[in-house]
Design a protein around this ligand. Structure first.
Ligand code: G1P
Length: 303
């Protein structure tokens, strides 16, 4: 790593959303604690950050979502009881969620003013260092589940080598541009698992005004300057302070790259993505996959 490139150790995970797209399931339970396969969504996302080499995780949270912090904390009574029963495998699964040396902290976002505002709430903890952002609605399931092949790990490697911020993208259908931040890469398309320069970013453009069909998909590695820009970013689309707008402003004097992920990406903030991610994990488990295949066969026969 070049001397001048600041080491990336911190990640911000915004968890202050109300989860309205998943009501009534999320009336009393934070959407980030809904399970994908055998653990809450948020645990998958935290593990993804740790696998990429992140050692400090900052949750941006709100009142009513304390259960997220509890999930990563000790539960003495539960651990004591499992220990007494000699239930070692289950005990390990609740005890060792966070490896030693990983710090987790949380900050409250008092006002729901948008993703950009949520990120800005962590400015004092970021302390002028680069940072990753992981949106927990987005589940990134890699084709080959080996840490070396993780998109975020590869994005971190690119940051370490170049000091250029990395934004994960994938192509989407043109009709869906209004749901995403879209990047303009000057008509070029990044090669799979590599990155190219971004010319412009637009938050949720209409299909006719969209500069491309490359959508920002919830994983970012950003230089510290973004915090200063966010402080001066006004409300954008939806009356919210948009991270995308701050990134676009940064391009006036800095560089950002679009990293094309080859992973299967699920939006677990809605039913379709949530069920899709659960099925994908189920199909990867040899003890469950035959059962699922039988189930699909039964459905097919009944249609
Ligand atoms: C946010 C971002 C958007 C991004 C999307 C998916 O939008 O503002 O740029 O494309 O996440 O990662 P939201 O889905 O919160 O409206």
């Amino acid at each position: 790593m070049h001397n001048k490139i600041k080491k990336l150790t911190k990640a911000i995970i915004p968890v202050a959303g109300l989860g309205t797209r998943m009501l009534p399931a999320t009336k009393a339970i934070p959407k980030e604690l809904l399970p994908i396969y055998d653990r809450p969504i948020i645990e998958h996302v935290v593990q993804e950050a740790i696998t990429a080499g992140i050692t400090e995780i900052i949750f941006i949270t709100r009142s009513g979502k304390e259960a997220i912090e509890n999930h990563f904390d000790m539960n003495y009574e539960l651990e004591h009881r499992l220990d007494k029963k000699g239930n070692q495998i289950t005990l390990d699964s609740v005890k060792n969620i966070i490896p030693k040396g990983i710090k987790i902290s949380s900050i409250r976002q008092h006002n729901a003013l948008g993703l950009g505002h949520a990120i800005l709430c962590a400015k004092h903890l970021i302390n002028n260092e680069p940072f990753a952002v992981l949106l927990p609605d987005v589940m990134v399931v890699e084709d080959i589940p080996h840490p070396k092949n993780f998109s975020l790990s590869s994005m971190k490697k690119s940051w370490d080598e170049t000091g250029v911020g990395q934004i994960m993208v994938q192509s989407i259908e043109n009709k869906d541009t209004e749901s995403y931040g879209i990047v303009d890469t000057n008509g070029e398309y990044p090669k799979p698992f590599s990155s190219i320069g971004i010319k412009k970013l637009v938050e949720k453009p209409s299909p006719v005004n969209s500069p491309s069909n490359l959508a920002v998909l919830g994983r970012y590695i950003l230089p510290a300057d973004i915090m200063d820009i966010l402080e001066n970013t006004l409300e954008g689309v939806g009356g919210e302070i948009q991270l995308t707008d701050a990134l676009d402003k940064f391009l006036n004097y800095g560089e950002l790259n679009a990293f094309l992920s080859t992973a299967k990406i699920f939006d677990c903030g809605n039913k379709k993505g949530f069920i899709g991610a659960n099925l994908m994990f189920g199909m990867r488990d040899p003890e469950i996959s035959d059962y699922l295949k039988d189930l699909f066969d039964t459905f097919n026969k009944n249609i």
